[in-house]
Structure formats: structure tokens, C-alpha cells
Design a protein around this ligand. Structure first.
Ligand code: SAM
Length: 292
């Protein structure tokens, strides 16, 4: 493993994070320290890959600092750090457990567990936005009660499949996830298999938002994708919603929330839809849940 690191000006952090999310650049991250300097870090297999990754990033962000420190670390050391970072998480009866803890993790009676290996896809369960979406999913399942099993659920930008597969574990029989990243679809299908999930309950497709939603209707849709992209596709997202459906959005920075809410209110009016909006904040991230 080769790590690149450089201190960056605070003004660059949000734009870089948004870019990583939008492009699915999982090898890059920002290290936030309270009141301290901000560091941009990149994780690569080799120094040559690190140079390539940095050159590509500089095309979009020419203002990146000229000097990056590089450090080679043992793969084993890296894996241990990764395992230390990723811990099981639960909300109500839903548990997300790293695959390597499968043997030792005890699932309480009546609860369900998804054993996850996100590989290179987004969706380990550690991100605030994924957790915000899971809470909305749990709320939806609870509100629909016995009818939940029959609800049509869509996970737009499914990443590792974490949300789609959670929907199935909670009892849904008609779940569909899509992502523009082929690696995400490969990982989602693998997670379906390794969790012994019935393949007829969930399907995954490699697709962008437009083609992914074509001919679809959702009673509940989760879209944890960057705010700018959600805004561009607002009309398409509404068009795929069934009457009285719930549209749960995340990938929204808290400071973007008012603007995103306004945008979706306007798009709803344009589409002749009335809906109630609700939001939750987790750290610097927010969700926007629209009840049609
Ligand atoms: C923030 S990740 C969310 C992954 C997972 N759903 C979760 O909540 O952890 C966003 C995902 O959306 C995908 N994505 C971004 N733009 C997209 C688009 N226009 N169409 C389809 N997928 C997109 C990315 O490839 C990425 O896997």
C-alpha cells in the first residue's frame, strides 16, 4: 500500500469530497482534525498508481499543493488499520457487520444482520449518509407494517448494495438497485450471494439514473448520491415514484440542505405533486425525505 498525503487549504475540502463521491474515487479521502490543518490522503497499490491518481486529480483541481509526501506501508498493517476502523453498526433490528466478524458476531433474537465486504465500492456502512438512509428505510418498513413485504423498493446509486440488501433482510420481496459503476454491481451481487439472500427478491443493474429508472415505479426510493446530481435528476426521480410513495435522498451536506429542499419543492410543484418534507442531520451530512 502506498499513501500520498498533503496539507490542503480548507476551501478545497468540500469540493474535493463532492468530487470523490460523484466520481466514486474511493482511493482518496480527507483527514479532518478538530481545529487542525486538513490533509488530503490517497491510498494506492503502488507508487506508480499513486502518481497516476494524483495527475488525474490535478486536472480537476490545479490548485492542489505542489508537494505531496509519499509513504509505503505493509499491506498487513493497512488491513489491520482498516479492520480497526470498520465496526459493526445497528439500528433497531438491522445490523451491519464486516464480513470478517461473521463468525464471532452475535445477532440478537429476532434481529437481522447483513455481512458486508464493500471491496472497492462505496457502502461499508460507516458513512453518515448510508446510516441516514437506513433509518428512513426502517421507518418506512415500520409504517407500512404487514404491507412492507409487497412494496417496490429502489436503491439508486446502490454502491455495495448495502441499502437494497438491508431492505430485503427487513422483509421486502421486490427490491431493485442500480449504479453507474460496474464494480458496485459486481460487489452488490457478491454480497447477495454471500449473505444467502434469495436472488428473486433483489436485482441489480449497471445504469445511470435515467436509464436505471426507466419504466420503474417505487413505493420507496433511496438515493444516496451527491446533491448536485440529485438536483439534476429531480424530475426523473419524482416520475418514478408511485402515488403516496416515499423518496429518501442523501449525499447532501448540511449546508446544502435548504437549497436542495427548495429545488425539490419546486420540482414537485412542476410535476403536480404535493409532498411533505422532513430532514435529519448527522454531523455535516443531511437527508431529505419526501412523503408524497
Ligand atoms: C455515496 S455512494 C452510495 C452507496 C450506497 N447506496 C450507500 O448508501 O452507502 C453513491 C453511489 O452512487 C453512484 N452514482 C453516482 N452518480 C450516479 C448516477 N448518475 N447514476 C447511477 N449511479 C450513480 C456511485 O457510483 C456510488 O456508488
Amino acid at each position: 500500500m502506498f499513501i500520498l498525503k498533503a496539507e490542503i487549504p480548507a476551501e478545497l475540502a468540500d469540493a474535493l469530497e463532492a468530487h470523490f463521491c460523484e466520481e466514486g474515487l474511493l482511493s482518496w479521502g480527507i483527514e479532518f482534525a478538530p481545529n487542525g490543518p486538513l490533509f488530503l490522503k490517497g491510498f494506492f497499490e503502488s507508487e506508480a498508481e499513486a502518481d497516476e491518481g494524483l495527475a488525474a486529480l490535478r486536472i480537476t483541481f490545479p490548485a492542489l499543493p505542489a508537494y505531496f509526501a509519499g509513504e509505503q506501508i505493509e499491506d498487513r498493517e493497512w488491513q489491520e488499520a482498516y479492520k480497526e476502523f470498520l465496526k459493526p453498526w445497528s439500528n433497531g433490528r438491522l445490523h451491519w457487520v464486516p464480513a470478517w466478524e461473521r463468525e464471532s458476531y452475535v445477532v440478537p433474537e429476532g434481529h437481522v444482520a447483513l455481512y458486508l465486504d464493500a471491496g472497492m465500492a462505496f457502502g461499508t456502512g460507516s458513512h453518515e449518509t448510508t446510516r441516514l438512509m437506513a433509518r428512513r428505510l426502517m421507518d418506512f418498513a415500520q409504517t407500512r407494517g404487514d404491507a412492507y413485504a409487497q412494496q417496490r423498493i429502489i436503491d439508486a446509486g446502490c454502491g455495495s448494495g448495502i441499502l437494497a440488501l438491508s431492505a430485503v433482510l427487513l422483509g421486502a420481496k421486490s427490491v431493485y438497485g442500480f449504479d453507474q459503476d460496474p464494480e458496485a454491481i459486481r460487489v452488490s451481487r457478491e454480497n447477495t450471494l454471500t449473505n444467502g439472500i434469495a436472488p428473486e427478491a433483489v436485482s441489480f443493474a449497471e445504469a445511470g439514473i435515467e436509464s436505471g429508472l426507466e419504466g420503474r415505479q417505487a413505493d420507496f426510493m433511496m438515493a444516496n448520491i451527491q446533491a448536485d446530481i440529485l438536483k439534476i435528476h429531480a424530475a426523473g426521480l419524482f416520475a418514478a415514484m408511485a402515488p403516496h410513495g416515499t423518496l429518501a435522498l442523501s449525499g447532501i451536506l448540511s449546508r446544502e440542505l435548504d437549497e436542495v429542499r427548495e429545488h425539490f419543492n419546486f420540482a414537485a410543484t412542476e410535476a403536480g405533486i404535493t409532498c411533505r418534507a422532513d430532514s435529519r442531520i448527522d454531523g455535516e451530512w443531511a437527508d431529505l425525505c419526501l412523503f408524497l
